[in-house]
Design a protein around this ligand. Structure first.
Ligand code: GLA
Length: 383
């Protein structure tokens, strides 16, 4: 990858890049749509990543090349703003803009981007680009911003330049990941611990529906509003409740259910999921992967029925593996409306499972099924 991106940089800008940064995509074991509700998540960085090669310039021009798309884009630092007709430059520009917003002088730069994180698969390909950009510029500008602050800058890039009001999970996992560990992150305090992820004979298998519904970002923002509405109704009676993290099922039954069944379902899922993650973490720490897997199925059912962010393709894949003894757990992963399911599968049975699920999925949905076996790797780093 290093040679490939260096060669592309040389071809585009007639120089070698000053720095190449790798920043990975992520999986999330459990704890979905909990991050922006101040709950917990359990993500990890994976062995698929975005790579950015950058050199600063003497003027204020930003020149970008997307190697995989064979596209280029240019803008000046003075004109930095979200661009409308293409999406990929926004992740880089939004990340660069965070430096100027902090009052840091940002010169122009040349960059080449490449990535093997599939786009729209729910593996946080955009967070990977944002984290790679922030990390590279922090290094080149010698701004010494710490990693957690860089995570927040990358998240703001997504809010301000991609228009998705995402939580902090994706950028946190990409930046902070550690090999063979999952991150138990408290999204309220941003305190975190690394939990060893020893599956002994099992692997994380990602099944990509190859569906990306255009609804994803608008529905995502709607879910956030529904959660905020539930908090408003509860906090009118319990002022100490600042987010769904502080709410109980009894509070929702009393103050949300009589008002709106949909808002109740959304908030009920979140309160259940925050508790379920704690239980699943205990299972993991005790080595009881089967019990953790059952909770993943329960998460899927909540996401599908109460939170309504699944789709028929994701439901098909989870239902297909549900009663197979070689699959300990499975669920849709990420924002929803397409992307991947995450499955905990007995290593020796992966080939047979793929041989069964692929033709069944392709026949039922008339779409190709992509399969990745993911391993857990380090977060953002210079290569
Ligand atoms: C997307 C967002 C994350 C998180 C997940 C759902 O990936 O970017 O912040 O909310 O959806 O858990």
């Amino acid at each position: 990858m290093k040679e490939k991106i260096s060669a592309a940089f040389l071809a585009a800008y007639n120089a070698t890049p000053t720095i190449i940064v790798r920043s990975p995509g992520r999986v999330n074991i459990i704890g979905e749509h909990t991050d922006y509700n101040n709950g917990f998540v359990l993500p990890a960085a994976i062995d698929k990543a975005a790579y950015i090669a950058i050199s600063l310039r003497d003027d204020d021009q930003i020149h970008l090349t997307a190697l995989d798309l064979n596209e280029t884009f240019s803008i000046s630092v003075a004109d930095l703003k979200p661009v409308g007709d293409v999406s990929w430059p926004n992740y880089i520009l939004g990340s660069a803009a965070q430096f100027t917003k902090r009052g840091i002088h940002l010169p122009g730069f040349n960059a080449v981007l490449t990535s093997d994180v599939p786009m729209g698969a729910g593996l946080s390909s955009s967070a990977a680009v944002e984290c790679a950009t922030v990390f590279a510029l922090n290094h080149l500008l010698q701004t010494n911003i710490d990693r957690v602050a860089m995570v927040e800058m990358a998240q703001k890039a997504e809010h301000e330049y991609a228009g998705v009001m995402c939580g902090i999970m994706d950028q946190f996992a990409s930046m902070m990941g550690k090999e063979n560990q999952v991150i138990k992150l408290d999204c309220r305090s941003l305190s975190y611990e690394y939990v060893p992820f020893n599956l002994e004979g099992y692997k994380i298998v990602l099944l990509n529906t190859n569906v990306k519904h255009s609804l994803a970002s608008s529905e995502y923002n709607t879910r956030r509003k529904e959660c905020t509405q539930a908090v408003e109704w509860v906090s009118a009676h319990h002022p100490e409740v600042k987010s769904l993290r502080d709410a109980t099922v009894a509070m929702l039954d009393e103050h949300v259910l009589p008002k709106d069944a949909v808002v109740y379902n959304r908030s009920r899922y979140v309160v259940d999921e925050i508790a379920r993650l704690q239980d699943a973490c205990n299972d993991l720490q005790q080595g009881n992967i089967a019990a953790m897997g059952q909770k993943m199925f329960a998460t899927h059912d909540g996401l599908s029925k109460l939170y309504a962010v699944s789709c028929k393709e994701l439901d098909f894949l989870v239902d297909f593996v549900r009663n197979r003894p070689e699959v300990l757990g499975a669920r849709m992963m990420g924002g929803g409306f397409g992307g991947c399911t995450i499955n905990i599968v007995q290593e020796s049975a992966i080939d047979a499972l793929v041989a069964a699920v692929r033709p069944a999925y392709e026949a039922a949905m008339q779409l190709p099924l992509d399969v990745f076996v993911a391993s857990i790797k380090n977060g953002t780093e210079i290569i």
